[in-house]
Ligand binder design. Structure first.
Ligand code: ATP
Ligand code: MG
Length: 408
């Protein structure tokens, strides 16, 4: 439990203490070391248990709580004090900070705010560059046109990432009208994105995980709504909170975007660390890639996150060479996935991921390579980095002699 933060909480109100506890218990990066219902005992609890965080609820008796914060700051300076209060009185917040609080959270506590505060404390505790500090990687998978292979990439990438024991991975199907990630995984989910979004304020982490469908690969799926009528009720704000909550629970999130680039897709693009723009090497796709990149350029930071993934590479008819494609779109191709209609049809029809059905196939190996390039660290430094070039070189080895035709 090297990077787990140990936390002790004091809140004389049973109801609010239980609610914050249920939030914390679902987080696998926090260990609830001790809980206390009396302000006057808490300094002793902290000095005996040495938690990384002392969470103090102010509401029951702000004056007593402020005195406690001052005492804790003196007697246990290594303990980061996190204050929770329903008061928005600036004077009270200032007093808490002056007494020694490091973080202040307004009640009702939003899970994403709690997670962010814990992240800042973790950074102070373990250091920013410490490899042990776990950060969730959010991967948005977008497509240059319909049917380009975005869902195939998203689901198989998710399954491959989930195959690593150290990872917990969730896939969110954001193609709200026609999404088919559940079909590719052959699952019949009980709950959808709509249910989770509707109950977001009441969900804790345990409930959230129970609302997702776990595939045999280990991948958790949050599917698109069942009823079309439910779609307008999912707002960008809801999605932002759902992603925030998922980020607190999983090490990797894969978001399968719709092709309409609507407001929800924009949230996903903004929140992603990597945007995989899946394209094929034909004129219509490449023209859309150029248009999309131009449009992404208007959003600060978005363009830099985009990685162009060529799918169905080697497909003969009407295809443009890799070199020409790179010239047209003005950037390097991050990775190529070979065309393999037979294998892809089999996995789709059987509802079995590539890694299970055809682990040795070149198409599977390419997506394994994609997962490695994304998680290996070096590739995220940008296209054309040494590691990306290495991944591509290794990838070419999966093709029959001579490489893909598009590359000739
Ligand atoms: N590398 C590949 N080789 C051959 N066929 C592929 C490959 N990748 C995907 N396909 C096939 O292309 C079709 C479309 O794939 P998929 O549904 O993943 O695309 P999509 O971009 O998500 O489509 P949509 O726009 O409908 O969401 C499927 O029949 C799939 O099996
Ligand atoms: Mg799709």
């Amino acid at each position: 439990m090297a990077n787990v933060l140990r936390l002790a909480v004091v809140d004389p109100s049973d109801a609010t203490r239980e609610s914050i506890k249920s939030m914390l218990l679902g987080l696998d990066t926090v260990w609830l070391e001790a809980e206390c219902s009396r302000y006057e005992f808490f300094a002793d609890v902290v000095s005996q248990t040495h938690p990384d965080i002392g969470l103090v609820s102010l509401d029951h008796d702000p004056e007593k709580a402020l005195r406690l914060i001052g005492r804790l700051h003196e007697s246990s300076p290594e303990c980061n004090i996190l204050v929770v209060s329903s008061s928005t009185d600036g004077g009270l917040i200032l007093k808490a900070i002056r007494a020694g609080a490091k973080e202040f959270l307004a009640r009702p506590v939003r899970i994403e705010d709690l997670v962010e505060a814990l992240g800042r404390i973790r950074e102070r505790r373990f250091g920013r560059g410490d490899a042990k500090v776990r950060q969730t990687m959010v991967i948005a998978v977008a497509g240059a046109t319909g049917g380009v292979g975005a869902t195939s990439v998203a689901t198989n990438l998710g399954c491959i990432l989930a195959g690593n024991e150290g990872n917990t991975v969730a896939l969110v199907d954001l193609d709200l009208c026609l999404g088919d990630a559940d079909v590719l995984l052959d699952t019949i989910p009980d709950y959808t994105l709509f249910d989770v979004a509707q109950n977001i304020t009441r969900l804790d982490f345990t409930l959230l995980k129970r609302s997702l469908t776990k595939h045999s690969s280990g991948l958790f799926l949050l599917p698109r709504p069942v009823q079309m009528e439910e779609i307008p009720h999912i707002t960008p704000d809801d999605l932002q909170r759902v992603i925030g909550l998922l980020k607190a629970t999983f090490t990797h999130l894969v978001l399968d975007l719709s092709k309409s680039y609507n407001a929800l897709d924009q949230v996903a693009l903004q929140m992603a660390d990597h945007v995989l723009l899946v394209t094929q090497l034909d004129l219509a796709c490449l023209r859309n890639v150029v248009r999309l990149l131009t449009s992404f350029g208007a959003n600060p930071g978005l363009s830099e996150k985009v990685k162009i993934v060529v799918n169905r590479a080697g497909l003969d008819s009407g295809h443009i060479s890799l070199k020409k494609a790179q010239e047209t779109i003005g950037r390097e191709i991050y990775l190529q996935i070979p065309n393999d209609f037979r294998t892809m049809s089999e996995v789709r029809n059987n509802g079995v991921p590539l890694i299970e059905q055809a682990p040795k196939a070149a198409v599977t190996q390419a997506i394994i390579q994609l997962a490695a390039a994304l998680t290996g660290g070096g590739a995220s430094e940008g296209e054309g980095s040494e590691s990306t070039r290495t991944s591509l070189t290794r990838l070419f080895n999966f093709w029959p002699k001579g490489g893909p035709t598009a590359n000739k």
